[in-house]
Every structure is written in C-alpha cells, then in structure tokens.
Design a protein around this ligand. Structure first.
Ligand SMILES: Cc1ncc(COP(=O)(O)O)c(C=O)c1O
Length: 487
C-alpha cells in the first residue's frame, strides 16, 4: 500500500509512452542525445542548500549571480531571475512588483490563473481587451496591436499591458507593435511566455518577448526546453522596471530554500539552448514540415498551420471526425501509447519540443491515419459531415465576448469578492450569484469564472461542457461552488 506515487511513476517509466506533453525533456529522453552532465544519474548528491559556496537566491552575489547573468546573456536579455516554482511565481512577482493596489492592468480574458491570482493579491482592476476567435479551429487567435490600441484608448491609465505569447495553442501576438504602443506611453509590457522558452531557437518561430523589447518576459523552461518541472526564468530589460521591488516580490513568492536540483536543471536548459538548441530545433521543424504535409491527406482531422504561429504546438481539429478531442486523446493513449498535452471538445494538442525525435512524429501521424481508417470504415459515408452536433466551446477566453472591457463586467472588485464572506451552493442554484473564487478547468489552467463575476446560465453550461469532456475543474467540490454570501 505504501509509496503510491513512486509506484505510479515507476509504472509510467516502465510503459515508456511517447510524450507530446510537458516537460520538454520528454521523460529524460532529450538528454540521451544532448547529455545531462550526470544530473539524471546522481540527483541526491546535488541536492544541497545555501552554504558558503552556493550563494543565496534572494540576494545573489556569487555563483547564482554568475549563473543568472550567463543565462541572461545566452537569451540576449539584460537580467535573468531563476524561478523554482515555475512561471507562476514569476507572473505573481512581475505583476505585483510594478503595480500598486488600485492600479488598472490591460489584459485578455484568457490569461493563466496565476495572472488572476496576482490581480486578487494586488487589488488590481482588470481591464479586458477583446480577442478574435478562429472560426475553424475555435481557438483564440492571439492579441493584435489593434486590440491593445482600442483597450488603451478606453483605459489610458492602465499601468501596463499583459500578453500571453504564444497562447496554449501556439497562436502568437503582435508583440513588436504592442511594444511600440506601450513604450510611447511609458507603460509596462509583461509577456507571459510560459509556453515559449524555445522561441529564440529559430527565425521561423514567433518573436520572443526579449527580442521584442518587452520589459518583463517570463518563461517556463520546463514546458518546452529540457528542464525539470517547475524550472522557469524571468527576464528583465529596460529602465522602466523597478528591480528592488521585483526582488522583494520574488522573495515573497518563492521558497527561502530554493532547490539546487531545479536551479542546476535551469542551467542545463540554458546549456542545451546554447549548445544544441538551434540544431535540434532545425531538425524538429523539418520533421514538423513533413508531418504537416502528410497530415493534409487526412479528411477527418485538420492541423492548424496558421502562418506566424508557433509550429511546435500541433493543434488538431477533431470536429469532422465525430469524436470529441477527449475521445481522440483516450484512443491515442490506449491504442498507441501516446500522451497528449491537452484535449478540448473541438480538438487535441500535441506539444513537441527539441526532445521529440522524428520517430515520435511518425508514430503520431500513423496513429491519426489508423484512427481515420477505423472511423471511415465505421461511418461508411461517402461524404464526411462538415460539422458534428457536439457542443463546442472555445476557451474561457470566450467570456471576453460577453463582458470584455465593460466597466461593470465585474459585479464586485475581484479582491473584494475573494475576501467577502462566502458559501458553497450547488452549481445550478448559483445563477445570478456573484462568484467568490475562481473556477478553473485544468488543463489549460485558464479560469472560466473570476471572483466578482456574476454567474450566468451561459457560464454554467460552459462549466458543465468542461466537466462532461473529462476536465477537472478546480473550485468545484461535491457539485458546489463558492459564491459571495448575500447581505
Ligand atoms: C500561459 C501560462 N502562464 C503561466 C503558467 C504557469 O506556469 P508554471 O506551470 O511554470 O508555473 C502556465 C502554466 O500552464 C501557463 O499556461
């Protein structure tokens, strides 16, 4: 009965599935060809703490300072701060350090939960900008300069603009143009590049926040580079950022006992980025070229190949197949030993990295080909239906259409609602009540409902669509959710 976690991890290790999900080291396979400096074999001897030789992360002046400076140089940034609880800690720190309670922040509604947590903690007012949804692939298309310009016209006093780039599905935002808008107004540009630590590795990939001149760019090394889960780096440049307040916030949101294993793994990620990353990315993108070409032969599945997107994210539309993304995900796992990053009713996402080899992509393509053949034989139809009748939802960002940018989009300020007396009520009795907590389907970790938002029938049907498609929704307990107690 003991050690259930270790047993599960051993089972996964033994079955050795093909990984199309994070972490980017792909169960350590990336290190087979790239080398790992012995880290993979000898973890415990490296697990030290802040002693005479190892510096202090909260006030670095020795080896950690040197290591962070090296990472900054490799990524062509002026400063780098190591993150040992992922981009989440970086997002909290980068927002809270550059704002004061009451400040307004311009952002889209489909931000990660860590951004919402920063709004709650910092008593910040979100000003939502609208974003187009791709009508075919049913995913948010990224933030354009026009979106931001309209938002800034409406809310000129925003302290800054936060952009998720690329988004979970790989769609990019117009960073350079957005940077020009914020720079001319001396507003901060925060780039949540959790999914894009690899962007600088190839000119075909979207521009990195660092290269676009963003003030603060946060990256999860663990998602797309060969680094362990929780490894991230916050990059800073330019004269607008208050570094002292940034270090203070990092000290608040990170452990005072930072893991040397994780920090060594960040350094390994940097080393691979520098020494092998460009070559490996070239090979990966060549493999993706072939994958994209072959995929065009399929009729039931479509691969998003929108120009300018991050092509390492393979978003595959499943609507024409009559199968929800979740069913496709299950078949890939059970019949082909392939684990995907994410599924939604309208599609599935394979997250590739420089740790994936050509054979992985071959296996993924063949799995879809076989699935199509099986379905084709089963349906025995000459023409495939254009659309299935399944209910499709886009992402929590869809809510932006309902209430984005409106002053009264929140019935109560986000922090006020969070700290008001709250009670749990069953979901179907919650209509018209004010939410007291976030409700967040995982993945993608984007809150569907924010504290302070009024719960509508539409939100509830989206919530149940997520649940029906097998997503865990954090914030729901025994069918009940937190709402603000009515006075
Ligand atoms: C857009 C975005 N930002 C931030 C994060 C937080 O990253 P981490 O898991 O490294 O804390 C995530 C995690 O999925 C994310 O998707």
């Amino acid at each position: 009965m003991g050690t259930p976690l270790i047993k599960t991890l051993e089972m996964l290790k033994k079955s050795s599935p093909v990984s199309f999900h994070t972490p980017g080291h792909k169960s350590g396979k990336a290190f087979e060809s790239l080398g790992d400096g012995g880290l993979r074999e000898n973890l415990y001897p490296y697990d030290t703490t802040e002693i005479f030789a190892t510096d202090q992360l909260q006030n670095p002046s020795g080896v950690l300072k040197e290591s962070q400076q090296w990472t900054a140089k490799v990524f062509k940034s002026s400063e780098a701060y190591y993150l040992i609880n992922g981009s989440s800690g970086g997002v909290l720190s980068m927002i809270l350090s550059q704002t004061k309670p009451g400040d307004e922040v311009l952002l889209s509604r489909d931000v990660h939960q860590s951004v919402i947590h920063a709004l709650i903690l910092g008593d910040l007012t979100p000003r939502f900008i609208s974003q187009e949804i791709d009508p075919l692939y049913k995913i948010p298309m990224g933030i354009t300069a026009k979106n931001v310009k309209e938002g800034l016209l409406k809310y000129p006093n925003c302290k800054g603009v936060l952009v998720t780039h690329p988004n979970y599905y790989g769609r990019a935002s117009e960073l350079l143009e957005i940077r020009n808008l914020t720079r001319s107004r001396r507003q901060i540009l925060w780039v949540d590049q959790a999914h894009g630590a690899h962007l600088g590795l190839h000119p075909q990939l979207p521009l990195s926040g660092i290269d676009a001149g963003a003030d603060l760019t946060v990256m999860s090394f663990h998602k797309t580079l060969p680094a362990m889960t929780q490894c991230g780096v916050l990059f800073v440049s330019g004269g607008l950022v208050d570094r002292d307040r940034l270090q203070e916030q990092l000290n608040i949101h990170q452990s005072s006992s930072p893991s040397y294993i994780l920090m060594a793994s960040i350094e390994q990620g940097t080393r691979h980025y520098l020494e092998a990353g460009r070559e490996k990315m070239k090979v990966l993108l060549r493999g993706i070229d072939q994958f994209e070409q072959r995929f065009q032969q399929l009729k039931l599945f479509q691969l998003d190949a929108c120009p300018g997107k991050d092509r390492t994210k393979l978003w595959i539309r499943t609507e024409n197949s009559g199968l929800a993304g979740g069913e496709v995900e299950t078949r890939l796992r059970e019949n082909h030993g392939i684990i995907m990053e994410l599924s939604m009713p309208q599609g599935v996402l394979a997250l590739t990295s420089i740790g994936n080899g050509e054979k992985d992509l071959e296996k993924l393509y063949l799995a879809f080909e076989e699935l199509e053949e099986t379905l084709y034989n089963k349906i025995k139809m000459e023409k495939f239906p254009e659309k299935t009748s399944m209910e499709v939802f886009v992402s929590p960002g869809e809510n932006a259409g309902d209430n984005a940018g409106e002053k009264d989009s929140l019935a109560l300020p986000i922090r006020t609602a969070f700290y008001r007396p709250k009670e749990r009520v069953s979901i179907n009795k919650s209509i018209n009540r004010v939410a007291g907590s976030t409700l967040t389907p995982y993945p993608p970790g984007i809150p569907l409902i924010l504290p302070g938002e009024r719960i509508t029938g539409q939100l509830i049907s989206r919530l149940s669509a997520y649940q029906q498609s097998g997503h865990q929704v954090s914030g729901i307990k025994e069918g009940k959710i937190m709402v603000v107690t009515e006075e």
